[in-house]
Write a protein of this length. Structure first.
Length: 146
């Protein structure tokens, strides 16, 4: 299965309008001024407040988030994203935004719901969802002393 829309992910802070159409995917709105207008909200892929507040480790969080995505279903999620794209620009990628700056987290903690959504969506459709923000820092390789 392929995707009728182009998707990417980024942070609110790193997004620039040349990347595409900004789409909120967070339970809460940014409490800081954005240098671009943002009116779109992909509610079906937004994690619930209960999940956000649960403080789960990555594997448990991903399990719960994927469960919610699977219960909603790819067809409904794509329909919502297509409605958002149609309201703006079908040729412009939808850039799914959240707060987590992956490059500022330790490598083992460099994840958020947008990375889990990107993986899930790619598995469902075969279409990659690139991250447009700064990528996580890689752990340094362990080399010899000499």
């Amino acid at each position: 299965m392929t995707s009728p829309i182009k998707l990417a992910t980024c942070t609110y802070q790193e997004f620039t309008p040349d990347m595409g159409t900004p789409v909120r995917t967070t339970a809460g709105r940014p409490r800081f001024a954005l240098p671009y207008p943002m009116t779109a909200h992909a509610r079906l892929i937004t994690p619930s407040w209960d999940l956000v507040r649960a403080g789960l480790p990555q594997d448990a969080y991903e399990f719960q988030y994927r469960r919610a995505l699977n219960e909603t279903g790819l067809e409904q999620i794509q329909a919502e994203l297509l409605r958002i794209a149609g309201a703006y620009d079908l040729d412009s990628p939808l850039v799914l935004l959240c707060f987590d700056k992956l490059n500022q987290l330790p490598a083992r903690d460099a994840w958020c719901h947008r990375t889990h959504f990107g993986k899930w969506y790619a598995e469902q459709t075969g279409v990659d969802v690139p991250e447009l923000g700064a990528l996580p820092k890689q752990a340094p390789a362990q080399g010899g002393l000499f």
